[in-house]
Design a protein around this ligand. Structure first.
Ligand SMILES: CC(C)(COP(=O)(O)OP(=O)(O)OC[C@H]1O[C@@H](n2cnc3c(N)ncnc32)[C@H](O)[C@@H]1OP(=O)(O)O)[C@@H](O)C(=O)NCCC(=O)NCCS
Length: 298
């Protein structure tokens, strides 16, 4: 029964609590094959902001005790985004229902919840709470072999790498325009960018900018994960500058960089209903590996 599982809500986590959440997320990922929290939610564990944290603690709450479950609530423009995860050892005991109930009670606006990997467990939990499928994010991958296309940069366009301290403002402008219809990426602020640039794995040598007459018209920010996995982290072209092969050229530039850095596999996330982008990636040999699903209050 949901009310049998106590939860506590916090505005910020102590370093030990943030570590306990990371352990919980890692234990769950080892079973689920994917992280239940996305990058923004993981960053928010250490960076106090307007998110709220819901903890379902273990009964034996000694130091280092595992959390039974964790949920995070991030209020946004007109809707509130939640993510939740239950430790694999204590699933089907009402912890997920209690966390989702807490999110529903706390959300100041329409709640939408991410389910990474879109499992049948998440679907069943969402169904029971009256949430409906609202968005699908495809996780696409491809091996990085010798069959990569050589980048063909359109005439009049020059590609260089991002210079910290110089390119932030121009990048924020193009990013906001390129992702105007994308709820998270398009809303990225200077602070959000600074947080991502402060991550240990940030490397401007893998962050490509395309300029026409010195004006930024597109970019491809690649990311290096542990081992030999690379990511097409964000690829964007200023509306009005697209359609000239710029997106493809930027994609090919980044893929060649990741392969030269030793990566053997590359992944990316793309909105399932963004036909143009999905077409670009499919044409470059990417296939859908899994789907992240968003459920929302009707
Ligand atoms: C989805 C998740 C949060 C469920 O947590 P949980 O603590 O096991 O959920 P509960 O015990 O509260 O289950 C509530 C109901 O959801 C449904 N459900 C949960 N897991 C299920 C499963 N594996 N198969 C079918 N139905 C399931 C059932 O209807 C269940 O009620 P019941 O046990 O009385 O039949 C958990 O599996 C998890 O952490 N998954 C990875 C992260 C994730 O997908 N998060 C997004 C959730 S929307």
């Amino acid at each position: 029964m949901a009310h049998a599982v106590p939860t506590s809500t916090l505005d910020r986590l102590s370093p030990a609590e943030a570590d306990a959440v990371r352990r919980l997320v890692a234990d769950a990922a080892a079973v689920d094959g994917t992280s239940a929290l996305n990058e923004a939610a993981l960053l928010a564990l250490d960076h106090p902001g307007d998110v709220r944290h819901v903890l379902a603690r273990a009964e034996d709450a000694g130091p280092g005790a595992l959390l039974r479950g964790y949920a995070q609530l991030a209020p946004g423009d007109g809707s509130t985004t939640g993510q939740l995860v239950v430790h694999p050892d204590v699933r089907r005991r009402g912890v997920g229902s209690a966390l989702l109930g807490a999110l529903l009670a706390l959300a100041p606006s329409r709640l939408q919840v991410w389910a990474m990997g879109g499992t049948s467990a998440a679907q069943a939990l969402a169904d029971r709470a009256g949430l409906r499928l609202a968005r699908e994010l495809l996780v696409m991958t491809r091996p990085l072999g010798a069959d990569l296309r050589a980048p063909r940069v359109p005439d009049g366009v020059a590609v260089r790498t991002f210079e910290p301290g110089r390119d932030e403002q121009a990048w924020l402008g193009v990013n906001a325009r390129a992702f105007a219809s994308h709820p998270e990426q398009g809303a990225l602020t200077a602070d959000d960018l600074a947080q991502r640039m402060a991550e240990p794995r940030f490397d401007p040598r893998g962050f490509f900018l395309a300029e026409r007459d010195g004006v930024l018209v597109g970019f491809h920010w690649t990311k290096q994960h542990a081992g030999t996995l690379g990511e097409v982290y964000v690829l964007g072209v200023d509306p009005g500058s697209g359609g000239a092969g710029l997106g493809g050229a930027l994609l090919d530039t980044g893929l060649a960089h990741l392969r030269a850095a030793g990566d053997t596999e590359v992944e990316l996330y793309v909105e399932g209903d963004h036909a143009g982008a999905v077409g670009l990636y499919t044409g470059r040999g990417f296939t859908t590996a899994s789907r992240d699903v968003m459920y929302a209050q009707p």
